[in-house]
Ligand binder design. Sequence first.
Ligand code: GLN
Length: 475
Amino acid sequence: MKIYNSLNEIRVDIRTGATSCKQLVEGYLANIETKKHLNAFVEIYAQEALVKAVEIDVKIANGTAGLLAGMVIGLKDVLCHKNHGLQAGSKILDKFQSQFNGTAVQRLIDADAIIIGRQNCDEFAMGSSNENSSFGKVLNDLDNSKVPGGSSGGSAAAVQANMCLASIGSDTGGSVRQPAAFCGVIGLKPTYSRISRYGLVAYASSFDCIGPITRSIEDAALLLEVMAGKDENDSTVSYTEVPNYVANLAFDKKAKVGYLKESFGDGVSTATKASTHQALELLRNAGHEVEEIEFPLLDYTLPAYYILTTAEASSNLSRFDGVKYGYRSPDATDLQSMYKKSRGEGFGKEVKKRIMLGTFILSAGFYDAYYSKAQKVRRLLKEETERIFQKFDFIVIPTTPNTAFKIGEHAGDPISMYLADLFTVHANLVGIPAISIPNGNDEVGMPIGLQIMTKSFGEQNLLAFSKYMMEISKN
Ligand code: GLN
């Protein structure tokens, strides 16, 4: 099948009769088959997607099709999709089926998106490499000995390998942007509360965001537009009006761009530094103001992130107990042993580690030393970031310090794994929107991501600027 980079391209071909939704689904299904070894999908809805495609072809012919007609997407295994499996990459949700559609998923369906399957991810979205899934690891299509990033690794690899046009992932500390960077595609984390979290399996509720992974800015804008907005099922969702992002993607202003000095420090690869500098240089040459910002708080972002998210996760994951649904240990002898064995056998190593850490952090004796302190750091970060955005329109830094690493490379060293999120957790701690766009490749051809951040609810500007950036850098 021809490689499509945006729904616009597909629309043109549908209009001229060069393709149809049915042919698109058949094409993507064939690609899924060829790229099976990547392990990007945990379940494929072949028949259902074909039936839906035929329905939408009729709607297109009748002029009644929705905004997403022609868009074939995959859903990360943390999004509730009625009567479909939902396991968050975990054995503890063995055989679980969702009873309802999450708000974002319902809106995608209502707009005539075709859901082709459920995508592999790190267990409960905890990880940076997609090596922590009960369905096994996912491979990077550009180099099968490397990871696709995580936790939305299956979602990013699926877009990278043309197994669907777009994916919907979730981003708590970088899980949409980091795998997008590792796979050479686009990943958008919107402002916290921009998209309802109803029907998203909770990891750390004050951080979690749903976000699209795409091959074009237009598709990211379109998917955001469809999914965003008020929802009576999520008390934290924003009622700020959703702009028509797609209609306003031209960027014709002069921007004030800041980059963080600390994001060019030790541990950041030479190729990453070089490609980021090059992007900043392009902006300078095009007449934008580019300035260095000192941001010593960067050192505190990862510790604050891991304290707060493990605390929230330990509370959120307490609901999985083997009583009403999911995995129950067959060896339980009484109530206590049922809880212990079901959770002990159902959760994987990384998740258990985080539940224990989070429980410790929230324990009476240590709450103030860890949880309260990390909350204070979060507040400081927020204030400092707001101060930056009084002066600057965008912060532009690398998405990750390094490109995709070898499978197993960080297996024995969690801290080195956590460093992959060094530049992405900031946006989640503060709640601002951030995007990763492709920005060249390293010496061995692996993609480098460029991260652009802006102030809360600045998605319109962020998307337009990202499109402009991709045009001037020809990525
Ligand atoms: N890698 C980070 C973590 O393990 C981010 C995960 C995410 O955004 N879901 O917490």
